[in-house]
Ligand binder design. Structure first.
Ligand SMILES: NC(=O)c1ccc[n+]([C@@H]2O[C@H](COP(=O)([O-])OP(=O)(O)OC[C@H]3O[C@@H](n4cnc5c(N)ncnc54)[C@H](O)[C@@H]3O)[C@@H](O)[C@H]2O)c1
Length: 276
């Protein structure tokens, strides 16, 4: 039996596939036997995340700015010469939240326009399936209220969240006109390697710079709480709000600032086992 010509073999485009989540996704797709082409402008991702992994080393990487109409169309056109593009995983976005707070153009361009141009190009090239990385940032600050998909009103408090919500709205419009399938994933904080950014990476970096003065508790639910102990006036200690590094993410410490009952694992002055 002869295999179909390359131009007819099904493939997936992973936009932003050289980033943290994208490179893990590419590995997972390839491991399942999928052919993949990555499009990324390498503003935050690294070609090495793909090339240094034997599973993804041979995945083609097209360097292009997906917010630029001409570049986006050209990149999709190149991908189409490698096979029949069945679906697009859109992971490209600004992930530098402080940069987006300082300059709204950053999220308008990298978080929203990438979505707009990817959708426009998909329509022109007749690609019907989109999987989109949205964010829990679209919910804004709903306090202690447990989140669920139908909750509202959605009032984002960052340019990033606003542009993710605008992207979801644009995808909804596209689903009405040409998309046959759209999956939207509202990720919370995702933690793994190779982390390019995020609260846990910031925390680990701080810990590596100054590994003293931290303590860690394990709760009855096997959650880990980490707090910075700061000496204050003689022998008194001030305990900063604990950070939950494993388990339910909406935990808040009790009013006295102490963690729930559980065994204290580390003594002050020892770094906690963050990823243990
Ligand atoms: N990491 C998280 O905790 C988290 C949480 C919620 C949502 N998300 C979303 O998941 C997706 C992946 O996030 P990540 O953590 O892997 O971030 P990342 O920065 O590691 O990956 C994003 C990739 O998109 C690329 N990119 C950015 N602008 C581009 C442009 N204009 N043209 C082409 N490529 C561009 C970057 O170079 C990078 O490789 C993003 O859409 C992000 O908003 C991530």
């Amino acid at each position: 039996m002869t295999s179909p010509p390359a131009s007819q073999t099904a493939l997936s485009i992973v936009a932003g596939g050289a980033g943290f989540i994208g490179s893990n996704l590419v590995r997972s797709l390839v491991a399942r036997g999928r052919r993949v082409v990555v499009i990324d402008n390498l503003s935050n991702g690294r070609a090495a995340y793909l090339s240094c992994d034997p599973v993804t080393a041979s995945v083609p990487l097209i360097e292009a700015d997906l917010a630029d109409r001409t570049a986006c169309e050209a990149a999709f056109g190149r991908a189409a010469t490698m096979g029949r593009v069945d679906d697009v995983w859109h992971m490209a976005a600004n992930s530098d939240i402080p940069a987006g707070v300082a300059d709204p153009d950053v999220d308008h361009t990298d978080t929203f326009l990438t979505t707009f141009e990817v959708l426009r190009t998909m329509q022109r090239q007749g690609i019907g399936t989109l999987h989109f990385a949205s964010s829990s940032a679209i919910y804004g600050d709903l306090g202690e209220t447990p989140l669920h998909e139908a909750i509202g009103p959605l009032l984002p408090i960052s340019n990033y969240g606003a542009m993710k919500l605008a992207s979801e709205a644009q995808i909804s419009v596209a689903a009405e006109s040409f998309l046959t399938r759209a999956n939207i994933f509202r990720f919370p904080n995702v933690v793994s390697v190779p982390a390019t950014h995020g609260v846990i990476l910031d925390f680990v970096n701080k810990l590596m710079r100054n590994p003293t003065g931290w303590t860690c508790w394990e709760t009855e639910r096997n959650e880990r709480l980490i707090a910075r102990i700061k000496p204050r006036r003689g022998n008194a200690f001030r305990r900063r709000r604990p950070i939950l590094v494993k388990g339910r993410s909406h935990y808040r410490p009790s009013h006295d600032g102490l963690p729930p009952t559980g065994s204290k694992k580390n003594v002050p002055g020892q770094p906690p086992g963050v990823n243990a």
